[in-house]
Design a protein around this ligand. Structure first.
Ligand code: NAD
Ligand code: ZN
Ligand code: ZN
Length: 344
């Protein structure tokens, strides 16, 4: 089968031929119907050999959807022909966090060598994808896999971050979304669907600001000091109740600290390499600063329900599998709006 692989540190990925995997006991083989492409892959491919944690070659793609092609022994929850999406942050399945469906925070996964597809294990940018357990698939029925596959990360990650801050997003509150790309534009739609907050989007790209407005943002502003004044104006000087930073660069974390109000949340989702110093009075008193990683299994199931209700409209740009390497070039050049999805 054809697969988009990262073969050599510092070199662009290539489309290569690899064997179709066979499902062992408990495993599921999917014929991939869609695979979303996340900005995190660019970060991964930017690491040098000394820091690179995975084996090469690595089949990329940690957002996967597919139709069950074959199942191994002891798989009962799905059968051939089922259309599913893949829950990516696999855990051990037995610890307390995993029992709660919070496999994204499984403390045992790393020690057991359990890694997500596309981030260590062979990923979804291929014709077939092997999934380790029926726990990790969520049936999507007749939902369009191309529009639904981004929910596995571009949807799940903001959903998880927003849910953690939801209590602060009462009517009259202001939520700031920095970076209206793959994750951010879905984050805006989720904020509108889940809260009565006024949503302010910040992005350096005009096309992303337009997508933010189409996604339901009340305001879309260039990501600069002027936005701090606007947020202060909108809140009578108080500052935002929650800031979701889907960039995480120094410039955006600085803005987040300046826009946040007292007793607010700053959720750092982007892995842009910035730091946010916390001193007694900056960010403002009682602000909670946290990172968050991906999302939980129950949250992915909830998101599929939201998609069924028709409240989400993920903006996707389709590519063929042979164009996989080009997707990363386009992403690096800032030419992708919403989520790029590879359809093998
Ligand atoms: P993307 O490329 O689709 O979108 C990024 C957006 O940010 C673009 O619209 C871009 O114009 C904008 N942007 C870039 N620099 C900016 C700046 N200085 N100020 C304002 N906007 C700026 O990326 P994505 O796939 O949505 O991923 C977003 C970030 O989230 C990445 O850092 C990615 O690695 C990270 N990520 C984290 C998790 C997690 O679990 N924490 C999961 C997935 C992705
Ligand atoms: Zn990702
Ligand atoms: Zn676990």
């Amino acid at each position: 089968m054809r697969a988009v692989q990262y073969l050599e540190i510092g070199q662009p990925p290539r489309v290569v031929d690899v064997d179709v995997p066979e499902p062992g006991p408990g495993q599921i083989l999917l014929r991939v119907t869609a695979a979303g492409v996340c900005h995190s892959d660019l970060t991964v491919m930017g690491w040098d050999a000394a820091d690179f944690p995975y084996q090469l070659p690595l089949t990329l793609g940690h957002e996967g959807a597919g139709v069950v092609e074959a199942v191994g022994e002891d798989v009962h929850a799905v059968s051939a022909g089922d259309s599913v999406i893949v829950y990516g942050p696999w855990g051990c399945g037995t610890c307390h966090a995993c029992a709660l469906g919070r496999e994204n925070y499984c403390p045992r996964a790393a020690g057991l060598g359990i890694v997500p597809p596309g981030l260590g294990r062979p990923g979804a940018l291929a014709e077939y994808l092997l999934v380790d357990s029926e726990r990790h698939v969520v049936p999507i029925g007749d939902l369009d896999p191309v529009k639904t596959v981004p929910l596995t990360d571009a949807g799940l990650t903001p959903y998880h971050a927003i849910k953690r801050s939801l209590a602060k997003l009462r009517p009259g509150s202001v939520a700031v979304v920095i970076g209206a790309g793959g994750l951010g534009h879905v984050g805006i739609q989720l904020l509108r669907a889940m809260s009565a907050a006024t949503v302010v989007a910040l992005d350096i790209r005009e096309e992303s600001r337009e997508l933010a407005l189409r996604s339901g943002a009340h305001h879309a502003l260039p990501s600069d000091a002027g936005a701090v004044d606007t947020v202060r104006d909108l809140t009578g000087g108080a500052g935002a109740q929650a800031v979701f930073d889907f960039v995480g660069a120094q410039a955006t974390l600085d803005l987040a600290a300046q826009m946040a109000g007292m007793d607010s949340d700053i959720d750092v989702v982007g892995i842009g390499g910035g730091t946010l110093p916390v001193t007694f009075d900056s960010p403002p008193y009682a602000t909670r600063v946290s990172t968050s990683y991906w999302g939980t299994r129950p949250e992915l199931i909830e998101l599929v329900e939201l998609a069924r209700q028709g409240v989400l409209d993920v903006h996707v740009e389709r590519y063929g599998l042979e164009e996989g390497p080009q997707v990363y070039e386009h992403m690096e050049a800032g030419k992708i709006q919403g989520r790029a999805v590879v359809v093998p």
